[in-house]
Design a protein around this ligand. Sequence first.
Ligand SMILES: O=c1ccn([C@@H]2O[C@H](COP(=O)(O)OP(=O)(O)O[C@H]3O[C@H](CO)[C@H](O)[C@H](O)[C@H]3O)[C@@H](O)[C@H]2O)c(=O)[nH]1
Length: 343
Amino acid sequence: MANKINSVLITGGTGSFGKTMMRSLLERDTPEIRILSRDEEKQDAIRSQLNDPRVRFFIGDIRDRSSVDRAVNGVDAIFHAAALKQVPSCEFFPFEAVRTNIMGSENVIRSAIHHKVKTLVCLSTDKAVMPINAMGMSKAMMEKHAQAAAREIGADGDTKIACVRYGNVMYSRGSVIPLFIKQIKEGTPITITEPEMTRFLMPLRDSVALVHYAFEHVRQGDLFVKKASAATIADLVEALKQLFNAPDHKVIVIGWRHGEKLYETLASAQELTTSEDLGDYWRLQLDGRDLNYSSFFDEGESKTAQLDDYHSHNTHRLDVAGVKELLLSLPEVQAELQGWQGQ
Ligand SMILES: O=c1ccn([C@@H]2O[C@H](COP(=O)(O)OP(=O)(O)O[C@H]3O[C@H](CO)[C@H](O)[C@H](O)[C@H]3O)[C@@H](O)[C@H]2O)c(=O)[nH]1
């Protein structure tokens, strides 16, 4: 049965995820939702638009423990979404990613434990698996922090900590889908980095569902992954050209950006070896052993090795028609299409 939340804190609550999660919690009659974020203007816009006394706003920065403590005190769940998440900017300012994604997350984790918050769900990304860029590395360290804390607390601790990982959220702020639509509408060339690059494509509603799922099924230290479809950038562009009635729109190939991978991995082969298949989701279980390995070598059971990582080149591949269908299911794309005649 689903855990009932009385009071929940969303860190980074004014972003795309935070706003959608907030709406979903309000629909579920959550008595109190707290938002912790840095930007008073964004908070003010949401406050006046929503005008709902159940939502409380806290100005603060996860880098600052005292501002985290103020928002955490009294809640029974935290969805930790605050992060620096742009790959290129973290490449140029990697220590800022350390400060927010690692040290800031540590503040959230320690504060949750200190205040005996029942459940903490930390949001991570496919870029944290075998990371090659600073954003992914810092998110991988957040996951390590969360799991080390979970191991320290143990299964019977007051606070349960889970992580979730997901791929590219479609139409999120600053991402490629709104950029391609803008290029089509303004008549400028569509800029493809590498046509054969693949990405997991996840609607925002699925990332919110994943966090709810982790909250409801949490076991100490586990990490949840939602299985997802992927597409090449070339097929994404073709789908958008067809949807926006721009079959001859110019496309140029601009080359890879800093810190990019050809494909992304949601779960490594090693992790899948100890995972539980839950249908639409995987539960990647915490390795709860201590450092006393010899007892495990003597007593542990051997596991069959999983051969492949789960990545955006070997998951279910959407063709152009499949990408079109997924795009059409997004309210943001429906709004972009409203009144658009094509070129
Ligand atoms: O002009 C562009 C810009 C991007 N791309 C390609 O489009 C794909 C998606 O690019 P995005 O910038 O939308 O997304 P990223 O994969 O770089 O990373 C995104 O997804 C992450 C989650 O995995 C984080 O949310 C992160 O903040 C967000 O930037 C990539 O293959 C990229 O190379 C292009 O072809 N042309």
